[in-house]
Design a protein around this ligand. Structure first.
Ligand code: PLP
Length: 384
């Protein structure tokens, strides 16, 4: 959100900026879902709903989880929120006592540590190495767990690295969790449909169903259906937690928008071709963006297995001198140099707990990808 504000400010000042910070699909919500939202308004879906979501939406989510993830829940195990972010925030608010620890592997979605901290918890940041594909190892997880550990947050496919955990990697992590009953698992699967090459999305619960009683599955409409502004996300988990989430929602935000929930029902129950089309579009862009970035001397970029971000290393650019005579000291300065010199907005890896990298979104047109990468190549060529 901060990067978006920076881009907006530069554009308002008259600069032409190629925006690679985008964290949402660049195409509109599919027309049949928009029409469902409009119809919902005319049909009177303009009032409060139950605080855990409408029965129709909770049932649609139950059906989705069974159909796509082979996870079996009852409607009472589902809570709908104003986006996945709302569910994650409320889950921390409902469960964390002061000083409770939450394990967050790097690189991480920027909001997790702050959401933990604001609820009195202690984020325990566990580094994962590029050589391990930016995935948390079982040994690192084991070493990070203490009697105060309350949650492990796993995000697969990962924002920003694009890492997608395989079955055996999930198995190894689940085995560790099985030995530590005080640790709950929060699995954020919001990018599940965007996987590339041979990668396949698996929920940890498909690998280890015995963790169901202490796992919160988080997902939502934002990415899969290009519905970021509708603000509908959901959680599936044990009833004791669902009850606490319902209470928090009831006493804070009451319920998500009724018409948005009605549109989400149509999205989940309707034709799924739009999701596959979005995924195919991103897959083609991923290939091209990685090819262009990796061809720039000093930038090393591997193909992401999922999500819609490239996560290149810019470590080889650190120490190089700008045309203004300034040495680039870290990824934040590389990001600022690209913004100033090339007019290309990216996000520094430091913001995601992974210094030396940039997050470069390909949720933008092929034309912008070609243009922006050429601008980046040009800016790199000017470094001494
Ligand atoms: N989880 C991850 C990993 C995300 O990247 C995002 C949004 O960028 C969210 C959750 C939040 O999604 P929502 O729009 O459903 O709140």
């Amino acid at each position: 959100m901060a990067a978006k504000a920076r881009v907006d400010a530069l554009r308002a000042a008259g600069r032409s900026i190629t925006d690679f910070t985008i964290g949402e699909p660049d195409f509109p919500t599919p027309p049949h879902i928009v029409e469902a939202g409009v119809a919902a308004l005319h049909e009177g879906h303009t009032r409060y709903t139950g605080s855990t979501g409408t029965p129709a939406l909770r049932q649609a989510i139950v059906d989705k989880l069974a159909r796509e993830n082979t996870l079996h829940y009852a409607p009472e195990d589902i809570v709908v929120g104003n986006g996945a972010k709302h569910i994650i925030y409320n889950a921390f608010a409902a469960t964390l006592n002061d000083g409770d620890e939450v394990i967050i592997p790097t690189p991480f979605w920027v909001s997790y540590p702050d959401m933990v901290a604001i609820n009195g918890g202690t984020p325990v940041i566990v580094p994962s190495a590029a050589a391990q594909g930016f995935k948390l190892s079982a040994a690192a997880l084991e070493a990070a767990i203490t009697p105060r550990t309350r949650w492990l947050v796993l995000n697969t496919p990962n924002n920003p690295s694009g890492a997608v955990y395989t079955e055996s990697e999930l198995q190894a992590l689940c085995e560790v969790l099985m030995r530590h009953p005080q640790v709950w698992l929060m699995t954020d699967e919001i990018y599940e449909h965007f996987v590339y090459g041979g990668a396949r999305h698996l929920s940890p619960l498909q690998v280890e169903p015995a963790l169901t009683a202490r796992t919160l599955v988080v997902n939502g409409m934002s990415k899969a259906y290009a519905m970021t502004g509708w603000r509908i996300g959901y959680g599936a988990g044990p009833r004791v937690l669902m009850k606490a989430l319902a209470l928090l929602i009831s006493q804070s935000t009451t319920c998500p928008g009724a018409m948005c929930q009605a549109a989400a029902v149509v999205a989940l129950n309707g034709p799924q071709q739009c999701v596959a089309e979005g995924a195919a579009l991103f897959a083609a862009r991923a290939v091209r963006m990685v090819e262009l970035l990796d061809a720039i001397p000093g930038i090393a970029c591997k193909r992401p297995d999922g999500a819609f971000y490239a996560f290149p290393s810019v470590e080889a650019l650190i120490g190089r001198i700008t045309p203004q005579g300034k040495p680039l000291q870290n990824d934040v300065e590389v990001m600022l140099y690209f913004l100033e010199q090339a007019g290309v907005a990216t996000i520094d890896g430091t913001s995601y707990g992974q210094a030396g990298y940039l997050r470069v979104s390909f949720a933008t047109s092929m034309e912008q990808i070609e243009k922006g990468c050429a601008q980046l190549a040009d800016a790199v060529a000017q470094l001494k």
